[in-house]
Each structure stands twice: as C-alpha cells, then as structure tokens.
Design a protein around this ligand. Structure first.
Ligand SMILES: [Zn+2]
Length: 193
C-alpha cells in the first residue's frame, strides 16, 4: 500500500524501457495491493517490477580435507573477505542443478551431494539467496572471478549479519557450533555477491 518509490538504487538505475526504448519514470498506478509507485513507461505501459533476483549459495564441506569449509575471495572485492560460493540462477535449471553448476564452474571440485540450508533475503542487493550445504571433494581450481580460497575449520568461522552470513550461521548452528557474528560495513560486497 506504500506510495513511496522503491528504496534501493537498483530501482532507479533503469532509465529506458526494454520494450520500446521510451523513458521510464516513477508513476503511481493501482495494483492488486493498492496504489504503487514504480518505474513505468508512459508510451507502452511497461512496468519495471524490480523483483528480487535469485542467487544460489553454497557452504562447501570438503570431504577429503577433513570436513573443512571452502570459502573464496571475489577478485572484484577490496579487502580480505572470504565468502560462500555464489552465483545467479539461470533459466532452465532447478536451484539444485544451479548450485551444483556454480560449484563446479567456480571451484572445479566434484560434488557428492547438496541439501538445502534455507532461503534468505538480501535486500540491499535486491536478491533472494537460496543456500545449500554441499559435500565435495577433489582438486580446487578457481575461476578467474575468484582471487583465492581458504579452507576453514567450521568452529573458527565468523558469520556476517545478513544474506549468506545468515545461511552459514544456520548451517554451523545445525552442526553444534556457536559462531561469532559481525556486521558488514556499508560499502561491502557488490553485485554477484
Ligand atoms: Zn515502453
């Protein structure tokens, strides 16, 4: 029922209609839930819904490394932050197929099994995160988008508050650990996660 424009920069990044190349502008219209202000095209009626984008994430437990957890640092990030393997879901695949694909593409390990940890919002990136625990093995070779990896004893992991940090926290809790939490600074990981 809100009249406010969407609160995130992603909503205003789009300037042109993908259907007719007309200008997009914030305008109100009655929807099922009442009047809503969104980016719309006056020429053809296109609405930019700005729905969250599904992102797949994996806590990778290396069966042949004593159950250590594989985290990686994205080459695009500044700082020394290691995080879950993530990637965007693609058309024509199930979430489970997608997370298996991402793990292989980004680390080259072979995946024994995957099971769902949970589904998490990540509103600052307008993403919805579907997080899996994966058991994997084999030689680790990173894709170019990852700068380096590190293997962690589960008991030593710290989890940031939100998104993939919440997923890692929940998995560690399910294994009997009590992980420390920390808060991501405002200019943290960017797109692609
Ligand atoms: Zn249009």
């Amino acid at each position: 029922m809100s009249q406010e424009p969407p609160p995130f920069a992603h909503a205003t990044r789009w300037r042109w209609c993908p259907q007719c190349a007309g200008a997009l502008a914030l305008s109100a219209r009655d929807e099922d839930g009442g009047p809503r202000t969104r980016l719309r095209c006056a020429a053809c009626g296109f609405t930019h819904w700005n729905n969250p984008v599904p992102v797949l994430a994996a806590v990778i437990e290396m069966a042949d490394r004593g159950g250590q957890v594989l985290l990686a640092r994205n080459a695009a990030w500044s700082g020394r932050l290691f995080a879950l393997i993530t990637g965007f879901m693609e058309a024509g695949e199930t979430p489970e197929e997608g997370v298996r694909r991402e793990i292989v593409e980004e680390t080259s390990v072979s995946v024994d099994s995957v099971d769902l940890i949970g589904v998490y919002d990540f509103q600052r990136m307008n993403q919805i995160i579907v997080a899996y625990h994966a058991v994997a093995r084999g030689e680790i070779r990173l894709s170019p988008e990852l700068a380096e990896y590190r293997l962690f004893e589960p008991s030593t992991l710290k989890c940031w508050n939100g998104g993939t940090g919440d997923a890692l926290y929940d998995w560690l809790r399910s294994r009997g650990h009590t992980p420390q939490r920390w808060t991501l600074p405002p200019a943290g990981p960017s797109s692609g996660n």
